[in-house]
Design a binder for this molecule. Structure first.
Ligand SMILES: Nc1ncnc2c1ncn2[C@@H]1O[C@H](COP(=O)(O)OP(=O)(O)O)[C@@H](O)[C@H]1O
Ligand SMILES: [Mg+2]
Length: 246
């Protein structure tokens, strides 16, 4: 067995907001290079969990480490790339798609030319290079999401925290995004945590799935998240999965 460093170590995590438990008894280890899908119902605490890994939410109990650092230190060292669930640039913003990707390189001690070259290369991978000079706010939701993904990965952080990265991306596009993330993992050894509702798509591309609904209900084989009994725990209701033909 190859030794792999631990990317994320969470022990007995409890998070309360206004005295209300949002996450309880969460234990999870993620190894460097793993791709983990986080699924669960709306309001289950998935976004809060990512924010805890970023040090934006303070645990009321338990331990959280990212590459053996406290979350805030991992952020300070630019080890984490975060794609929030909602990215708000003002509608009237004049940023081009390329400008948005360049934001992901603000801290790098390299020349503007090199930054633009890197940004365009990553945009090419995500199929949005031809949109580089377009105004970001004029792009479709799916195009904006690909540009945001490019911004998140361009600085090559070691850990990607992606909160519903394929929102607004059509079904073939979702597959492309996950294929690409997997390829990037293979090339760069990224560790990737992706919150998603695309259970019918992601299970093929991830190493593990975890279900969070206040507690961590399941973690293991990704294909198992498709089992009705697990879907029922996750979504709290009977779910019929619609498989897309292609
Ligand atoms: N800033 C906040 N203030 C008050 N309640 C919050 C805040 N952030 C999240 N919550 C609550 O925490 C729970 C989990 O939310 P969230 O982490 O966004 O879930 P998910 O991402 O799984 O939909 C919800 O009940 C939500 O209302
Ligand atoms: Mg959320």
């Amino acid at each position: 067995m190859v030794y792999r460093p631990i990317a994320i170590n969470v022990e007995n995590l409890r998070v309360e907001i206004d005295g209300k438990p949002i996450l309880e008894d969460i234990n999870l280890k993620v190894y460097q290079g793993e791709i983990v899908a986080v699924v669960g119902p709306n309001g289950g605490g998935k976004t809060t969990f990512l924010k805890t890994l970023l040090g934006l939410v303070k645990p009321s109990r338990g331990k959280v480490e990212v590459f053996s650092f406290p979350p805030k230190e991992a952020v300070r060292r630019h080890l984490i790339g975060y794609l929030p669930q909602k990215v708000n640039f003002k509608r009237e913003s004049c940023l081009s798609a390329l400008d948005v990707v360049l934001l992901g390189l603000w801290y790098k001690p390299i020349s503007e030319e090199e930054k633009v070259k890197l940004a365009l290369e990553v945009m090419d991978k995500f199929g949005v290079r031809n949109l580089a000079r377009e105004r970001f706010s004029n792009l479709s939701g799916g195009q904006q999401q690909r540009v945001n993904l490019a911004r998140t990965v361009v600085g090559e952080p070691k850990l990607l925290l992606l909160d519903e990265p394929t929102t607004g991306v059509d079904f073939p596009g979702q597959q492309t995004v996950y294929e690409l993330l997997k390829k990037l993992r293979d090339e760069k050894d990224f560790t990737i945590i992706t919150v998603t509702h695309d259970v019918g798509v992601v299970w093929k591309y991830v190493d593990r799935a975890v279900c969070i609904n206040r507690k961590l209900h399941y973690h293991g084989e990704p294909a198992a998240i498709l089992k009705p009994e697990i879907l029922k725990i996750v979504y709290g209701t009977e779910v019929v999965l619609l498989f897309h033909k292609h």
